[in-house]
Design a protein around this ligand. Sequence first.
Ligand code: TYD
Ligand code: MG
Length: 454
Amino acid sequence: MAKTKTFTCTACGATQSKWSGRCEACGAWNTIREKAPLTAGPPAKSLGTKRGSALPLSDLQTQEAPPGRSRAGLDELDRVLGGGLVPASAILVGGDPGIGKSTLLLQAAAAFALGGLSTLYVTGEEAAAQLRMRAGRLGLQEAPVRIAADTNLRDILTTLEAERPELVIIDSIQTMWADHVDSAPGSVAQVRAAAHELTTFAKRRGAAVIMVGHVTKEGQIAGPRVVEHMVDTVLYFEGERGHQFRILRSVKNRFGPADEIGVFEMTGAGLAEVPNPSELFLLGRGDPAPGSVVFAGIEGTRPVLVELQALVAPTPQAQPRRAVVGWDGARLAMVLAVLEARCAIPFAGLDVYLNVAGGMKIAEPAADLAVAAALLSAREDTALPAETVVFGEISLSGALRPVAQSENRLKEARKLGFTSAITPAGGKAAQASGMQLARPGDLTAFVGEVFGAG
Ligand code: TYD
Ligand code: MG
């Protein structure tokens, strides 16, 4: 087979068929290099079928028993993975620097290793001694985790072939350096090459490979997004630096539901699991105050109650501020517009601030009604009745739409001592919950019902 040359840009990773002085994709000068062949191409049987052949799906199932999952015994992590670790899978754990990725993965490595999985932790960021210190702090010195401090991809693959671990942790993918790729560690081309080779190793040897990727602001270092498509599972570790809560969220999972979350608390001795996040998110909520509303949400398979806080204040500025933390700014603009257009409640001349308490991020449209309630409550300076949760979607017409899993939301609210709920009429009636329900049909009815006099 005639070998055709390809050329790649060391800055953006684009490939082109001929050399040129300037990259056609990103416009950078002197960044085009001939692409060296990979040290090992994808092996013929890497994904379970022979090269150049196909099999019926039913055959595949009978050929090999579905791989068993391994559990960490950290319930929050196991659930986010979709029920444990799948062999021959590649997992990316992204997050801001300093958020706790190394801490989480060292704890996970120890837990998996104690569960009997042969585990190798490759650190390219910390020296082995530093890692040992961290393990000491976490009380994990005795865990049977093997450590390799290395950044050279070729050496790491040699180690992996020799040790054949069942679980490999690569901390981080941005420090890995493949000597056949002619660009600096952390560049798109390097990060892609390393992720590709490590994923190939996972598939070939049936190992689970977890790669850490730092989220980076635009710059020399390529973020985790450039390898999201190569891996089976993508998890993001989020949280506000000033808050102790950390949320592990699955944004892609070939072996389980996406959008699942695991909640952790950063303590002096590492990350502690938070089995009941609602309790934590509602902690410190005082007496009912104007602008504060409890939203009964669903995160993945679990109901989670969170407090929304709104502040509405007059401003002399011609362009009032709309600031939002933990929710979508465009969605806030929409709710404000619907309140103005359908209920004749103006927000012109008023600054609007919206905050999701506890550093939580919400993406559900079901939060619309809770946001509207918080905005109105802040604007009217009237607190909502105590022990009330709110959820429902608002459409542009001002109609309210019932949302999925009402029953679960109400059950969770009841469990935490709430006695009433405001949720759109229609949909499956969830009367069995024992909660007192207000069920307005549209936003005007909602405003009348809740803020009658206002
Ligand atoms: P780290 O896991 O190193 O973050 P990442 O790998 O994502 O860059 O965590 C860094 C922060 O976590 C650091 O600021 C200190 C804090 N931390 C604790 O609060 N308690 C602990 O037990 C540990 C190990 C870290
Ligand atoms: Mg780290």
